[in-house]
Design a protein around this ligand. Structure first.
Ligand code: ADP
Ligand code: ASP
Ligand code: MG
Length: 440
């Protein structure tokens, strides 16, 4: 068994879906569990709809029409046999009916609660998976549609539900192997789970995580993440076009990169895969012959230089001044519990005699009320993560490459495989480009 996850761009329209279906077909002998995202852009539209449906009916109607039209167009443009097209049309029209009935309910209630929002968001993945199942059947693959709600069991923290690994493993083991005895593959939704039968979602980009939970539960041979780039690159190719694929990475390295902005993989994906030492491959749907990146648990041979740099933009770095008559620890105890109580994540915290500096990625208005009794400065920043080897020469060449910039902080991770740099947000691209020049 293997897990194959296809992201939003890999199922965005009829052409991409057909390409993804061909990739599944080529590996059908391995009994894939196919985990799909919603078509690219649909989850964003559903998020907009969750507020517009209460406050702006005209805008809501436009979004609803766009979502419906998008899926009808995909069905229209797919090249499938006539009998499959009829079944596909019936299935999609049924989904549309379910979607519009659900929306009527919300409009009547005049409230879109977090619980309803999760059900609303899950429609994106239910649309894409219904279509994809028929597409595989058209290619002669015995594909069975399974609802992720029956498999992925979570807490009731709507919008960012936490997966119960053991309960999910139990359900997955009860459902999947029996179906796969008679079928070639399973098609299911990423991002979606349930709490006592109520739909939950795992947070944006959560389909990677769903894939890893299936891999963990079934101890699959590997987890393939199919996306629109050929693996994990030396940096975000949209920021620095000369970025290239890194053939191999360890789980620790990819965790640091993805936490600090390498959007190519959801950070938590790593955890279930690490638990069962399953290799994760990141591959390009539109260039399936490219080797991509393999992520392993075992450390790899040193390459003697930095490997990659990622950037988490839209952060805020606060410097709090410690009054002369106070100890910095006293001020720290005053502030940190307040931040924790409000669930404000702290990425990096430093403490000196006269200053406390911390970096977070929430909105300014969420932090300012908590800093009423202290003197502070703040900057809009980016957090950069540079993967390094432990040699001193690597570290010094990175530090040299950024010496002409106004850097707020550099810290070398105790695990010694990364350096974290805090810079002003407007300097992100030139600094990433300068660091990247030492990598390639
Ligand atoms: P999907 O819809 O398949 O889940 P995502 O948009 O979530 O795809 O992730 C793929 C994108 O991640 C790429 O198009 C790329 O722009 C971005 N990205 C950011 N950092 C990196 C990196 N270091 N390597 C590869 N891609 C990256
Ligand atoms: N469709 C969801 C999102 O856009 C989940 C995913 O694609 O991973 O966030
Ligand atoms: Mg993604």
């Amino acid at each position: 068994m293997i897990v194959m996850k296809f992201g939003g761009t890999s199922v965005q329209h009829a052409v991409a879906m057909s390409q993804s279906a061909n990739i599944v077909t080529s590996q059908s002998a391995q009994k894939p569990i196919v985990v799909l995202s919603a078509c690219s852009g649909i989850t964003n539209k559903l998020v907009q709809l969750s507020t517009a449906i209460i406050s702006n009916h005209k805008f809501a109607d436009t979004i609803i029409a766009e979502i419906i039209e998008h899926h009808r167009t995909v069905v229209r443009e797919l090249s499938v046999r006539e009998e499959i097209r009829t079944q596909l049309q019936v299935a999609v029209e049924q989904k549309i009916e379910e979607f519009t009935t659900f929306l009527k309910g919300i409009t009547l209630l005049k409230e879109c609660t977090p619980r309803s929002t999760d059900t609303l968001l899950s429609f994106g993945e239910f649309f894409s998976t219904s279509i994809f199942t028929y597409l595989l059947q058209n290619l002669g693959i015995k594909a069975v549609f399974v609802s992720a709600k029956d498999c992925i069991k979570t807490t009731r923290d709507f919008g960012r539900a936490i997966v119960d690994y053991e309960a999910s493993k139990q359900s997955i083991l009860q459902i999947i192997p029996t179906i796969l005895e008679k079928a070639d593959c399973i098609v299911t939704q990423g991002f979606v789970g349930s709490f006592e039968g109520i739909t939950t979602t795992l947070g944006r980009g959560g389909s990677d995580f769903s894939a890893a939970v299936f891999g963990y539960a079934l101890s699959t041979q590997e987890i393939q993440i199919w996306t629109d780039v050929s693996g994990v690159y030396t940096t975000d190719p949209r920021m620095v076009p000369s970025a290239t694929t890194i053939p191999q990475l360890t789980f620790d390295e990819i965790r640091d990169l993805s936490v600090y902005g390498a959007k190519v993989l959801h950070p938590e994906t790593i955890l279930p895969a690490v638990k069962s030492s399953i290799p994760v491959k990141v591959l390009n749907t539109f260039r399936p012959e490219d080797k991509g990146t393999v992520i392993h648990t075992i450390p790899m041979k040193s390459i003697g230089k930095a490997k990659a740099v990622s950037a988490l933009k839209q952060c805020l770095t606060f410097s709090i001044f410690v009054p002369i008559e106070q100890e910095s620890e006293e001020v720290l105890h005053q502030i940190i519990p307040k931040l924790q109580k409000e669930g404000i994540p702290i990425f990096i915290l430093t403490l000196t005699e006269s200053c406390i500096q911390f970096t977070t990625n929430v909105a300014l208005e969420d932090v300012l009320p908590l800093l009423q009794n202290v003197k502070y400065l703040f900057y809009k920043t980016s957090l950069l993560c540079v993967l390094i080897e432990s040699q001193l020469s690597t570290r010094s060449s990175i530090i040299k490459s950024i010496e002409s910039f106004d850097i707020l902080q550099v810290s070398i991770n105790s695990s010694e495989h990364s350096i974290v740099v805090i810079c002003k947000e407007e300097d992100t691209v030139p600094i990433v480009t300068a660091i990247h020049a030492t990598i390639i």
